[in-house]
Design a protein around this ligand. Structure first.
Ligand code: GLU
Length: 321
């Protein structure tokens, strides 16, 4: 069925979703990374970007928070571009783990496979695949330039967060060396982990994440810079990865109730992609037990419900002036 919405209807849905969810309580900041425990838990921003670049922003959408796991989507795109979809499937995988984001058990269960670039194991492995091998600075430049391309503007490293995370990432060190034992780290293990930790420590705004989401929804065409960032053929691969594991062990419940493929991070960010329709991002630090932002989830879900949209609804959606 064809479904026509006006821009004003979309803007109103975002505003209502923001107002209805801003007083929600529940959840708590991630505290296994000391820096994140101290972020103001009342911060809340909601941003939606249309395919033509028009953006609707409510709340703290220009506050720079830790991108954390949402970075996994961006670097997955980079290695899909550099190495191709087949190599990513063969060297990492595209399977949901059904387990927490930092699970070592998941690696053992998958018989030595990191599963997907969107959990810690696969994301560290993804950083090891970035070219050129052996050159940490050049690899970092690639990673961060790709962030700029996708988000439409630069995102700086949050030094304090990087230090905090580097000093406490013992579990990720264990993951890295287990993967090394299974030959699933394709460069120096310590360097690969450091690149992963750095990319998680990038400070991003909800406005930037929303542009990134819209670029994915637009099959690689960034609506702000008008640059084609990745080949159109990769768009379904990226959305598949997000759909299957974006909310960790709660991904099925999320997709079932919200209708939008989305990726969360323990910094409180959520990036949602409705292919061909829009990109959305929300940010609020308090998390549920799986590590997904309580308010960000509620706000994105509210937009979808208000507009009657869903990735599996079978509707052809048009947004008019
Ligand atoms: N840097 C975090 C970690 O490795 C990211 C986790 C997340 O956002 O899910 O634990």
């Amino acid at each position: 069925m064809k479904k026509t919405l006006t821009k004003n209807m979309v803007r109103q849905a975002v505003e209502e979703a923001y107002n209805e969810t801003k007083t929600l309580t529940g959840g708590k900041n991630a505290d296994y990374i000391p820096f994140l425990a101290n972020i103001n838990p009342d911060l809340f921003g909601l941003s939606l970007t249309l395919p033509d670049g028009e953006q609707f922003n409510f709340g703290d959408t220009d506050y720079r928070f830790g991108i954390e796991s949402v970075s996994k989507v961006l670097t997955a795109i980079l290695i899909l571009k550099e190495c191709g979809a087949e190599a990513v499937l063969r060297k990492i995988g595209a399977d949901a783990t059904g387990l927490p984001f930092n699970s070592i058990f998941a690696i053992l269960l998958e018989n030595d496979h990191p599963s997907t670039p969107l959990v810690n194991a696969g994301a560290i492995s993804a950083c090891s695949m970035v070219e050129p091998k052996g050159d940490s600075d050049a690899k970092w430049q690639k990673i961060i330039n790709n962030f700029t391309d996708l988000c439409g503007s630069e995102a700086p490293l949050l030094d304090e967060l990087y230090k905090s995370e580097s000093a406490t990432n013992f579990n990720n060190r264990a993951i890295t060396w287990l993967l090394r034992d299974y030959n699933r780290i394709y460069d120096d293990p310590d360097m690969s982990l450091d690149l992963y930790t750095r990319q998680c420590s990038v400070g991003i705004t909800a406005q930037q994440l929303s542009v990134c989401a819209a670029t994915i929804a637009n099959k690689g065409f960034n609506p702000v810079t008008k640059k084609q960032v990745f080949d159109e053929s990769l768009a379904p691969k990226i959305t598949t990865l997000i759909s299957s594991v974006g909310f960790y062990q709660h991904t099925g419940d999320w997709l079932y109730t919200s209708g939008i493929p989305a990726k969360s991070g323990v910094g409180g960010g959520v990036l949602g992609v409705l292919p061909g329709v829009f990109g959305v991002a929300a940010f609020a630090p308090p998390l549920d037990v799986a590590g997904n932002s309580v308010k960000a989830q509620a706000a994105v879900k509210a937009i979808m419900n208000k507009l009657g949209l869903g990735v599996f609804n079978g509707d052809q959606v048009e947004i008019t002036d």
